[in-house]
Design a binder for this molecule. Structure first.
Ligand code: B12
Ligand code: SF4
Length: 450
Protein backbone atom coordinates (compact mmCIF):
# COMPACT_ATOMS: atom_id res chain seq x y z
CA UNK A 1 0.00 0.00 0.00
CA UNK A 2 1.05 3.62 -0.49
CA UNK A 3 1.07 5.68 2.69
CA UNK A 4 1.38 9.44 2.85
CA UNK A 5 2.24 11.00 6.22
CA UNK A 6 1.43 14.71 6.44
CA UNK A 7 2.58 17.34 8.92
CA UNK A 8 0.24 20.36 8.59
CA UNK A 9 2.06 22.36 11.30
CA UNK A 10 3.35 25.60 9.77
CA UNK A 11 3.75 27.52 13.01
CA UNK A 12 7.12 29.25 13.16
CA UNK A 13 6.84 30.44 16.76
CA UNK A 14 9.18 30.24 18.61
CA UNK A 15 10.79 28.53 15.58
CA UNK A 16 9.78 25.84 13.07
CA UNK A 17 9.79 22.40 14.68
CA UNK A 18 10.87 19.27 12.77
CA UNK A 19 7.88 16.84 12.71
CA UNK A 20 9.57 14.24 14.90
CA UNK A 21 6.37 12.26 15.60
CA UNK A 22 6.08 11.25 11.93
CA UNK A 23 9.52 9.59 12.00
CA UNK A 24 8.13 7.17 14.61
CA UNK A 25 4.85 6.69 12.74
CA UNK A 26 6.81 5.95 9.53
CA UNK A 27 8.98 3.40 11.38
CA UNK A 28 5.87 1.55 12.56
CA UNK A 29 4.91 0.66 8.98
CA UNK A 30 6.19 -2.61 7.53
CA UNK A 31 8.72 -2.36 4.67
CA UNK A 32 6.15 -4.07 2.43
CA UNK A 33 4.51 -0.63 2.08
CA UNK A 34 5.71 2.57 0.47
CA UNK A 35 5.85 5.59 2.80
CA UNK A 36 6.24 9.25 1.85
CA UNK A 37 6.31 12.28 4.17
CA UNK A 38 4.75 15.64 3.18
CA UNK A 39 5.67 18.51 5.47
CA UNK A 40 3.65 21.68 4.89
CA UNK A 41 6.54 23.77 6.16
CA UNK A 42 8.18 22.89 2.86
CA UNK A 43 5.21 22.38 0.52
CA UNK A 44 2.35 24.63 -0.59
CA UNK A 45 -1.21 23.27 -0.61
CA UNK A 46 -0.95 23.18 -4.41
CA UNK A 47 2.15 20.99 -4.15
CA UNK A 48 0.35 18.73 -1.66
CA UNK A 49 -2.50 18.44 -4.17
CA UNK A 50 -0.01 17.28 -6.82
CA UNK A 51 1.44 14.66 -4.45
CA UNK A 52 -2.07 13.40 -3.71
CA UNK A 53 -2.79 12.86 -7.38
CA UNK A 54 0.63 11.52 -8.40
CA UNK A 55 1.50 9.33 -5.36
CA UNK A 56 -2.14 8.30 -5.01
CA UNK A 57 -1.99 7.13 -1.36
CA UNK A 58 -4.22 4.38 0.02
CA UNK A 59 -3.84 5.69 3.57
CA UNK A 60 -3.00 9.19 4.76
CA UNK A 61 -1.75 9.83 8.29
CA UNK A 62 -2.12 13.42 9.51
CA UNK A 63 -0.17 14.65 12.52
CA UNK A 64 -2.11 17.07 14.76
CA UNK A 65 0.51 18.66 17.03
CA UNK A 66 -0.95 21.96 18.26
CA UNK A 67 -4.55 22.79 19.17
CA UNK A 68 -3.69 26.40 19.92
CA UNK A 69 -0.74 28.45 21.12
CA UNK A 70 -1.80 28.23 24.82
CA UNK A 71 -1.37 32.00 25.02
CA UNK A 72 -4.31 33.78 26.69
CA UNK A 73 -3.05 37.24 25.70
CA UNK A 74 -2.87 36.45 21.96
CA UNK A 75 -4.72 33.19 21.37
CA UNK A 76 -4.27 31.39 18.05
CA UNK A 77 -6.30 28.30 17.14
CA UNK A 78 -5.00 25.77 14.58
CA UNK A 79 -7.64 23.07 14.24
CA UNK A 80 -9.49 24.85 11.42
CA UNK A 81 -6.20 24.93 9.44
CA UNK A 82 -5.87 21.16 9.85
CA UNK A 83 -9.54 20.77 8.81
CA UNK A 84 -8.82 22.71 5.61
CA UNK A 85 -5.97 20.29 4.83
CA UNK A 86 -8.30 17.29 5.37
CA UNK A 87 -10.92 18.77 3.08
CA UNK A 88 -8.26 19.28 0.37
CA UNK A 89 -7.26 15.62 0.83
CA UNK A 90 -10.87 14.54 0.48
CA UNK A 91 -11.28 16.41 -2.79
CA UNK A 92 -8.09 14.96 -4.34
CA UNK A 93 -7.85 11.49 -2.86
CA UNK A 94 -9.94 8.48 -1.89
CA UNK A 95 -7.44 7.45 0.79
CA UNK A 96 -8.46 6.41 4.29
CA UNK A 97 -7.52 9.35 6.52
CA UNK A 98 -6.07 8.63 9.97
CA UNK A 99 -5.18 11.32 12.50
CA UNK A 100 -3.00 11.28 15.58
CA UNK A 101 -0.50 13.41 17.48
CA UNK A 102 -0.27 15.22 20.81
CA UNK A 103 -3.15 17.65 20.12
CA UNK A 104 -5.36 14.79 19.00
CA UNK A 105 -4.53 12.75 22.11
CA UNK A 106 -5.59 15.65 24.34
CA UNK A 107 -9.08 16.03 22.78
CA UNK A 108 -9.65 13.14 20.38
CA UNK A 109 -13.42 13.08 19.96
CA UNK A 110 -13.70 16.85 19.42
CA UNK A 111 -10.86 16.97 16.87
CA UNK A 112 -12.02 13.87 14.99
CA UNK A 113 -15.48 15.34 14.52
CA UNK A 114 -14.17 18.69 13.22
CA UNK A 115 -11.62 17.13 10.89
CA UNK A 116 -13.94 14.42 9.62
CA UNK A 117 -11.14 11.85 9.36
CA UNK A 118 -11.93 8.13 9.10
CA UNK A 119 -9.90 7.04 12.11
CA UNK A 120 -7.91 8.54 14.93
CA UNK A 121 -5.22 6.91 17.04
CA UNK A 122 -5.13 8.16 20.63
CA UNK A 123 -1.67 8.06 22.17
CA UNK A 124 1.49 6.77 20.59
CA UNK A 125 1.74 6.56 16.81
CA UNK A 126 3.53 3.21 16.92
CA UNK A 127 0.07 1.61 16.60
CA UNK A 128 -0.32 3.14 13.10
CA UNK A 129 1.53 0.13 11.64
CA UNK A 130 -1.07 -2.20 13.18
CA UNK A 131 -3.88 -0.12 11.67
CA UNK A 132 -2.28 -0.29 8.20
CA UNK A 133 -2.13 -4.09 8.44
CA UNK A 134 -5.75 -4.27 9.67
CA UNK A 135 -6.93 -2.19 6.69
CA UNK A 136 -4.87 -4.30 4.30
CA UNK A 137 -6.27 -7.54 5.70
CA UNK A 138 -9.80 -6.10 5.96
CA UNK A 139 -9.90 -6.56 9.73
CA UNK A 140 -11.68 -4.06 11.96
CA UNK A 141 -9.16 -1.32 12.95
CA UNK A 142 -11.36 -0.42 15.93
CA UNK A 143 -10.08 -3.56 17.68
CA UNK A 144 -6.66 -1.90 18.03
CA UNK A 145 -6.21 -0.10 21.39
CA UNK A 146 -6.58 3.67 21.03
CA UNK A 147 -8.23 3.58 17.59
CA UNK A 148 -11.53 5.45 17.25
CA UNK A 149 -13.79 6.48 14.38
CA UNK A 150 -16.50 9.13 14.16
CA UNK A 151 -19.26 6.53 14.20
CA UNK A 152 -17.80 4.26 16.87
CA UNK A 153 -19.01 4.57 20.43
CA UNK A 154 -15.68 3.49 21.86
CA UNK A 155 -14.70 5.47 24.93
CA UNK A 156 -11.91 7.88 24.15
CA UNK A 157 -9.52 6.68 26.80
CA UNK A 158 -5.80 6.57 26.20
CA UNK A 159 -4.50 3.02 25.79
CA UNK A 160 -1.68 1.64 27.92
CA UNK A 161 1.71 2.99 26.83
CA UNK A 162 3.14 1.23 23.77
CA UNK A 163 5.32 -1.63 24.95
CA UNK A 164 6.70 -2.68 21.57
CA UNK A 165 9.90 -1.34 20.06
CA UNK A 166 10.25 2.47 19.82
CA UNK A 167 12.03 3.01 16.52
CA UNK A 168 12.70 6.24 14.66
CA UNK A 169 12.95 6.37 10.88
CA UNK A 170 15.25 9.35 10.22
CA UNK A 171 16.52 9.81 6.67
CA UNK A 172 19.45 12.15 6.31
CA UNK A 173 18.44 12.99 2.73
CA UNK A 174 14.69 13.49 3.35
CA UNK A 175 13.55 16.53 1.38
CA UNK A 176 12.05 18.31 4.39
CA UNK A 177 15.33 18.25 6.39
CA UNK A 178 16.82 21.11 4.41
CA UNK A 179 14.07 23.51 5.56
CA UNK A 180 14.99 23.01 9.24
CA UNK A 181 18.70 23.03 8.47
CA UNK A 182 18.39 26.48 6.85
CA UNK A 183 15.86 27.88 9.37
CA UNK A 184 17.95 27.68 12.51
CA UNK A 185 19.78 24.41 11.80
CA UNK A 186 17.78 22.62 14.47
CA UNK A 187 16.62 19.01 14.51
CA UNK A 188 15.31 17.11 17.52
CA UNK A 189 15.38 13.80 19.34
CA UNK A 190 13.77 11.98 22.23
CA UNK A 191 15.75 10.25 25.01
CA UNK A 192 12.75 8.89 26.91
CA UNK A 193 8.97 9.00 27.08
CA UNK A 194 6.90 9.93 30.11
CA UNK A 195 7.10 12.26 33.08
CA UNK A 196 6.98 10.92 36.64
CA UNK A 197 5.72 14.22 38.11
CA UNK A 198 2.12 15.38 38.12
CA UNK A 199 1.93 19.17 37.97
CA UNK A 200 -1.73 20.15 38.04
CA UNK A 201 -2.03 21.88 34.65
CA UNK A 202 0.22 19.60 32.62
CA UNK A 203 -0.93 17.26 29.85
CA UNK A 204 2.50 15.67 29.24
CA UNK A 205 2.01 12.68 31.59
CA UNK A 206 -1.30 12.00 29.83
CA UNK A 207 0.28 12.16 26.36
CA UNK A 208 3.45 10.21 27.17
CA UNK A 209 2.54 8.30 30.33
CA UNK A 210 3.50 8.79 33.96
CA UNK A 211 6.26 6.18 33.96
CA UNK A 212 9.55 6.72 32.20
CA UNK A 213 10.37 4.54 29.23
CA UNK A 214 14.04 5.08 28.58
CA UNK A 215 15.82 4.89 25.25
CA UNK A 216 19.22 3.22 25.67
CA UNK A 217 21.86 5.99 25.98
CA UNK A 218 23.96 4.52 23.13
CA UNK A 219 20.89 4.55 20.90
CA UNK A 220 20.18 8.21 21.78
CA UNK A 221 23.79 9.07 20.95
CA UNK A 222 23.58 7.16 17.67
CA UNK A 223 20.55 9.26 16.69
CA UNK A 224 22.33 12.47 17.74
CA UNK A 225 25.26 11.56 15.49
CA UNK A 226 22.86 10.87 12.61
CA UNK A 227 21.36 14.34 13.03
CA UNK A 228 24.84 15.86 13.18
CA UNK A 229 25.93 13.98 10.03
CA UNK A 230 22.77 15.18 8.27
CA UNK A 231 23.97 18.77 8.82
CA UNK A 232 22.18 19.75 12.04
CA UNK A 233 23.91 22.57 13.87
CA UNK A 234 21.88 22.01 17.04
CA UNK A 235 19.37 19.57 18.48
CA UNK A 236 16.60 19.87 21.05
CA UNK A 237 15.86 16.88 23.27
CA UNK A 238 12.07 16.87 23.37
CA UNK A 239 11.64 14.95 26.67
CA UNK A 240 9.00 16.42 29.00
CA UNK A 241 11.82 17.12 31.49
CA UNK A 242 15.29 15.81 30.54
CA UNK A 243 16.43 15.60 34.19
CA UNK A 244 13.36 13.82 35.58
CA UNK A 245 15.57 10.69 35.50
CA UNK A 246 18.90 12.08 36.65
CA UNK A 247 20.86 8.86 36.18
CA UNK A 248 19.62 8.31 32.64
CA UNK A 249 20.23 11.92 31.59
CA UNK A 250 23.84 11.66 32.82
CA UNK A 251 24.26 8.36 30.98
CA UNK A 252 22.95 9.98 27.78
CA UNK A 253 25.46 12.83 28.18
CA UNK A 254 28.27 10.31 28.70
CA UNK A 255 27.17 8.44 25.56
CA UNK A 256 27.21 11.71 23.56
CA UNK A 257 30.82 12.29 24.57
CA UNK A 258 31.86 8.73 23.83
CA UNK A 259 30.18 8.84 20.41
CA UNK A 260 31.79 12.15 19.44
CA UNK A 261 28.64 14.28 19.30
CA UNK A 262 30.03 17.78 18.89
CA UNK A 263 27.05 20.06 18.13
CA UNK A 264 25.30 21.97 20.93
CA UNK A 265 21.92 20.95 22.29
CA UNK A 266 19.21 22.02 24.71
CA UNK A 267 16.20 20.67 26.57
CA UNK A 268 13.54 21.32 29.21
CA UNK A 269 14.64 20.86 32.84
CA UNK A 270 12.89 20.93 36.22
CA UNK A 271 14.84 23.22 38.62
CA UNK A 272 14.88 20.59 41.35
CA UNK A 273 17.61 19.31 43.69
CA UNK A 274 20.46 17.99 41.55
CA UNK A 275 23.98 16.71 42.16
CA UNK A 276 26.34 19.72 42.35
CA UNK A 277 28.26 18.68 39.22
CA UNK A 278 25.13 17.79 37.23
CA UNK A 279 25.11 20.73 34.81
CA UNK A 280 28.88 20.85 34.35
CA UNK A 281 28.81 17.15 33.31
CA UNK A 282 26.05 17.89 30.78
CA UNK A 283 27.83 21.05 29.58
CA UNK A 284 30.96 19.00 28.86
CA UNK A 285 28.78 16.79 26.60
CA UNK A 286 27.46 19.74 24.56
CA UNK A 287 24.47 21.02 26.55
CA UNK A 288 24.21 24.75 25.74
CA UNK A 289 20.67 25.84 26.66
CA UNK A 290 18.74 25.02 29.82
CA UNK A 291 15.01 25.79 29.64
CA UNK A 292 13.66 25.58 33.18
CA UNK A 293 9.93 24.86 33.63
CA UNK A 294 9.90 26.96 36.80
CA UNK A 295 6.40 28.46 36.43
CA UNK A 296 6.37 30.48 39.68
CA UNK A 297 8.72 31.89 42.31
CA UNK A 298 6.00 32.09 44.98
CA UNK A 299 6.29 29.17 47.41
CA UNK A 300 2.53 28.66 47.84
CA UNK A 301 1.94 28.62 44.08
CA UNK A 302 4.69 26.02 43.52
CA UNK A 303 2.93 23.85 46.11
CA UNK A 304 -0.44 24.36 44.40
CA UNK A 305 1.13 23.44 41.06
CA UNK A 306 2.57 20.30 42.78
CA UNK A 307 6.03 21.17 41.51
CA UNK A 308 8.81 18.82 42.62
CA UNK A 309 10.86 21.80 43.89
CA UNK A 310 10.61 24.95 46.01
CA UNK A 311 11.92 28.50 45.52
CA UNK A 312 15.32 27.80 47.09
CA UNK A 313 15.79 24.79 44.76
CA UNK A 314 15.17 27.11 41.80
CA UNK A 315 17.91 29.48 42.94
CA UNK A 316 20.31 26.57 43.46
CA UNK A 317 19.60 24.89 40.10
CA UNK A 318 19.86 28.29 38.39
CA UNK A 319 23.24 28.98 40.00
CA UNK A 320 24.52 25.51 39.13
CA UNK A 321 23.56 25.97 35.47
CA UNK A 322 25.11 29.46 35.28
CA UNK A 323 28.31 28.23 36.98
CA UNK A 324 28.50 25.49 34.34
CA UNK A 325 28.62 28.24 31.69
CA UNK A 326 25.16 27.45 30.26
CA UNK A 327 22.54 29.74 28.74
CA UNK A 328 19.58 29.69 31.12
CA UNK A 329 15.92 30.54 30.55
CA UNK A 330 12.90 30.15 32.83
CA UNK A 331 9.25 29.70 31.85
CA UNK A 332 6.66 31.26 34.17
CA UNK A 333 2.94 30.58 34.29
CA UNK A 334 0.76 32.98 36.29
CA UNK A 335 -2.88 32.53 37.29
CA UNK A 336 -2.92 29.39 39.47
CA UNK A 337 -5.71 28.62 41.91
CA UNK A 338 -4.89 30.82 44.91
CA UNK A 339 -2.88 33.34 42.85
CA UNK A 340 -3.22 36.88 44.23
CA UNK A 341 -1.53 40.25 43.85
CA UNK A 342 0.71 39.19 46.75
CA UNK A 343 1.87 35.91 45.12
CA UNK A 344 2.42 37.65 41.76
CA UNK A 345 4.58 40.26 43.52
CA UNK A 346 6.44 37.59 45.53
CA UNK A 347 7.17 35.76 42.30
CA UNK A 348 8.32 38.90 40.46
CA UNK A 349 10.55 39.92 43.39
CA UNK A 350 12.27 36.54 43.33
CA UNK A 351 12.54 36.57 39.53
CA UNK A 352 14.40 39.89 39.88
CA UNK A 353 17.04 37.96 41.80
CA UNK A 354 17.72 35.52 38.93
CA UNK A 355 20.82 36.83 37.20
CA UNK A 356 21.93 36.17 33.60
CA UNK A 357 18.68 34.75 32.33
CA UNK A 358 15.88 35.00 29.80
CA UNK A 359 12.26 34.71 31.03
CA UNK A 360 9.17 33.59 29.14
CA UNK A 361 5.96 34.72 30.87
CA UNK A 362 2.58 33.13 30.17
CA UNK A 363 -0.49 34.53 31.93
CA UNK A 364 -3.51 32.25 32.29
CA UNK A 365 -3.60 28.47 32.54
CA UNK A 366 -5.17 26.69 29.60
CA UNK A 367 -7.65 24.16 31.04
CA UNK A 368 -6.99 20.79 29.45
CA UNK A 369 -8.91 17.56 30.08
CA UNK A 370 -7.12 14.74 31.94
CA UNK A 371 -5.35 17.22 34.22
CA UNK A 372 -5.91 18.05 37.91
CA UNK A 373 -6.57 21.63 36.75
CA UNK A 374 -9.63 20.34 34.94
CA UNK A 375 -10.98 18.75 38.15
CA UNK A 376 -10.30 21.94 40.12
CA UNK A 377 -12.08 24.13 37.55
CA UNK A 378 -14.99 21.68 37.55
CA UNK A 379 -15.20 21.60 41.35
CA UNK A 380 -15.11 25.39 41.51
CA UNK A 381 -17.91 25.63 38.96
CA UNK A 382 -15.70 27.44 36.40
CA UNK A 383 -16.50 24.81 33.78
CA UNK A 384 -19.06 22.01 33.55
CA UNK A 385 -18.66 18.50 32.17
CA UNK A 386 -20.27 19.72 28.95
CA UNK A 387 -17.92 22.70 28.45
CA UNK A 388 -16.13 22.30 25.12
CA UNK A 389 -12.47 22.95 25.88
CA UNK A 390 -11.21 22.75 22.32
CA UNK A 391 -11.48 26.51 21.83
CA UNK A 392 -9.07 27.68 24.55
CA UNK A 393 -10.52 28.36 28.00
CA UNK A 394 -8.17 29.78 30.62
CA UNK A 395 -8.59 29.38 34.37
CA UNK A 396 -9.59 32.52 36.30
CA UNK A 397 -8.26 32.69 39.87
CA UNK A 398 -10.72 33.91 42.51
CA UNK A 399 -8.59 36.73 43.91
CA UNK A 400 -7.07 38.26 40.80
CA UNK A 401 -8.11 38.38 37.15
CA UNK A 402 -5.79 37.73 34.22
CA UNK A 403 -5.87 41.36 33.10
CA UNK A 404 -4.61 42.57 36.50
CA UNK A 405 -1.88 39.91 36.57
CA UNK A 406 -0.77 41.01 33.11
CA UNK A 407 -0.66 44.66 34.21
CA UNK A 408 1.48 43.74 37.23
CA UNK A 409 3.82 41.59 35.14
CA UNK A 410 4.14 44.09 32.28
CA UNK A 411 4.69 46.99 34.70
CA UNK A 412 7.66 45.10 36.16
CA UNK A 413 9.24 43.34 33.18
CA UNK A 414 7.44 44.65 30.08
CA UNK A 415 10.35 46.80 28.92
CA UNK A 416 13.12 44.36 29.76
CA UNK A 417 14.92 42.91 26.77
CA UNK A 418 15.37 39.55 28.54
CA UNK A 419 11.63 39.06 29.20
CA UNK A 420 8.91 38.01 26.79
CA UNK A 421 5.29 38.19 27.90
CA UNK A 422 3.15 35.73 25.91
CA UNK A 423 4.36 33.86 22.83
CA UNK A 424 6.23 36.09 20.42
CA UNK A 425 4.64 39.02 18.64
CA UNK A 426 5.34 40.09 15.02
CA UNK A 427 8.53 42.01 15.93
CA UNK A 428 10.11 39.02 17.66
CA UNK A 429 9.12 36.68 14.82
CA UNK A 430 10.66 39.03 12.26
CA UNK A 431 13.84 39.32 14.32
CA UNK A 432 14.19 35.52 14.65
CA UNK A 433 13.57 34.96 10.93
CA UNK A 434 16.13 37.60 10.05
CA UNK A 435 18.76 36.00 12.27
CA UNK A 436 18.09 32.56 10.79
CA UNK A 437 18.37 33.96 7.26
CA UNK A 438 21.79 35.34 8.26
CA UNK A 439 22.90 31.87 9.29
CA UNK A 440 22.34 32.02 13.07
CA UNK A 441 21.41 28.66 14.58
CA UNK A 442 19.71 27.31 17.71
CA UNK A 443 16.90 28.82 19.77
CA UNK A 444 18.51 32.32 19.79
CA UNK A 445 17.13 33.59 23.12
CA UNK A 446 20.68 33.56 24.49
CA UNK A 447 21.33 36.82 22.60
CA UNK A 448 18.83 38.55 24.88
CA UNK A 449 20.10 37.20 28.20
CA UNK A 450 20.71 39.95 30.77
C1 B12 B 1 9.43 19.63 23.08
C2 B12 B 1 8.15 20.44 22.90
C3 B12 B 1 8.28 21.74 22.37
C4 B12 B 1 9.62 22.33 21.91
C5 B12 B 1 9.98 21.69 20.55
C6 B12 B 1 11.45 21.77 20.25
C7 B12 B 1 11.85 20.97 19.04
N1 B12 B 1 12.84 21.48 18.35
O1 B12 B 1 11.30 19.95 18.74
C8 B12 B 1 9.28 23.85 21.85
C9 B12 B 1 9.64 24.52 23.16
C10 B12 B 1 9.95 24.65 20.74
C11 B12 B 1 7.76 23.80 21.72
C12 B12 B 1 7.02 24.84 21.20
C13 B12 B 1 5.64 24.82 21.11
N2 B12 B 1 4.79 23.93 21.67
CO1 B12 B 1 5.39 22.26 22.42
N3 B12 B 1 5.80 20.60 23.18
C14 B12 B 1 6.89 19.91 23.28
C15 B12 B 1 6.63 18.54 23.93
C16 B12 B 1 7.17 18.54 25.35
C17 B12 B 1 7.20 17.34 23.18
C18 B12 B 1 6.87 17.31 21.69
C19 B12 B 1 7.64 16.19 21.00
O2 B12 B 1 8.43 16.43 20.10
N4 B12 B 1 7.45 14.95 21.43
C20 B12 B 1 8.12 13.77 20.87
C21 B12 B 1 7.37 13.24 19.61
C22 B12 B 1 7.97 11.94 19.16
O3 B12 B 1 6.04 13.02 20.00
P1 B12 B 1 4.77 13.47 19.14
O4 B12 B 1 5.10 14.52 18.17
O5 B12 B 1 3.66 13.73 20.08
O6 B12 B 1 4.44 12.15 18.30
C23 B12 B 1 4.00 10.95 18.90
C24 B12 B 1 2.48 10.85 19.01
O7 B12 B 1 1.82 12.08 19.27
C25 B12 B 1 2.05 10.21 17.73
N5 B12 B 1 1.82 10.97 16.51
C26 B12 B 1 2.37 12.11 16.06
N6 B12 B 1 1.92 12.40 14.81
C27 B12 B 1 1.08 11.42 14.45
C28 B12 B 1 0.36 11.20 13.27
C29 B12 B 1 -0.45 10.07 13.17
C30 B12 B 1 -1.20 9.82 11.92
C31 B12 B 1 -0.53 9.16 14.25
C32 B12 B 1 -1.41 7.98 14.16
C33 B12 B 1 0.17 9.38 15.44
C34 B12 B 1 0.99 10.50 15.52
O8 B12 B 1 3.14 9.33 17.45
C35 B12 B 1 4.39 9.86 17.92
C36 B12 B 1 5.17 8.72 18.53
O9 B12 B 1 4.46 8.08 19.54
C37 B12 B 1 5.04 18.48 23.90
C38 B12 B 1 4.39 17.82 25.12
C39 B12 B 1 4.52 16.32 25.06
N7 B12 B 1 5.10 15.75 26.07
O10 B12 B 1 4.10 15.70 24.10
C40 B12 B 1 4.64 19.96 23.80
C41 B12 B 1 3.40 20.33 23.00
C42 B12 B 1 3.36 19.51 21.73
N8 B12 B 1 3.60 21.74 22.66
C43 B12 B 1 2.50 22.41 22.64
C44 B12 B 1 2.41 23.77 22.23
C45 B12 B 1 1.06 24.44 22.38
C46 B12 B 1 3.53 24.46 21.72
C47 B12 B 1 3.58 25.92 21.22
C48 B12 B 1 2.39 26.38 20.39
C49 B12 B 1 3.79 26.82 22.45
C50 B12 B 1 4.04 28.28 22.11
N9 B12 B 1 3.06 29.13 22.32
O11 B12 B 1 5.12 28.63 21.67
C51 B12 B 1 4.89 25.89 20.39
C52 B12 B 1 4.66 25.45 18.93
C53 B12 B 1 5.95 25.25 18.18
C54 B12 B 1 5.75 24.89 16.71
N10 B12 B 1 6.50 25.53 15.84
O12 B12 B 1 4.90 24.08 16.41
C55 B12 B 1 1.30 21.57 23.09
C56 B12 B 1 0.35 21.18 21.94
C57 B12 B 1 -1.06 20.90 22.36
C58 B12 B 1 -1.84 22.17 22.61
N11 B12 B 1 -2.10 22.46 23.87
O13 B12 B 1 -2.17 22.84 21.69
C59 B12 B 1 2.01 20.35 23.78
C60 B12 B 1 1.29 19.02 23.70
C61 B12 B 1 2.22 20.72 25.26
C62 B12 B 1 0.96 21.13 25.98
N12 B12 B 1 0.95 22.31 26.49
O14 B12 B 1 0.02 20.43 26.15
N13 B12 B 1 7.25 22.62 22.14
S1 SF4 C 1 7.64 18.28 35.50
FE1 SF4 C 1 7.10 19.36 33.62
S2 SF4 C 1 6.46 17.75 32.19
FE2 SF4 C 1 6.42 16.83 34.24
S3 SF4 C 1 4.31 17.08 34.97
FE3 SF4 C 1 5.47 18.87 35.71
S4 SF4 C 1 5.19 20.45 34.11
FE4 SF4 C 1 4.60 18.47 33.23
Amino acid sequence: MRILLVSPNTLTVPYPVYPLGLDYVAASVSHAHEVQIADLNTLSLLELEKILTSFCPDIIGLSCRNIDNIDASDSRFFIQDYAAVVSLMRSHSKATIVIGGSAFTIMPREILSILGADYGIIGEGERFGLLVEAIKEERDPLQIPGVISASSEIETIIPAPWDGPIVRDFHRNATHNSFYLTQGGMLNLQSKRGCCFNCIYCSYPHIEGGKHRLVAPDEVARTALELQDAGAKYFFITDSAFNSDIKHSLAVAKAFKAAGVSIPWGSFFAPMKLPESYFSTLASAGLAHVEFGTESMAESVLKTYRKPFGVSDVFTAHRQAIDAGLHVAHYFLFGSPGESAATVTESLDNIDRLNKTFCFFYIGIRILPQTAMYDIALREGKITTSTNLLKPIFYEADDIDRHTIEELVRARVGKRINCLVGSSGPDEIRAVNKMYSRGHTGPLWEHLIR
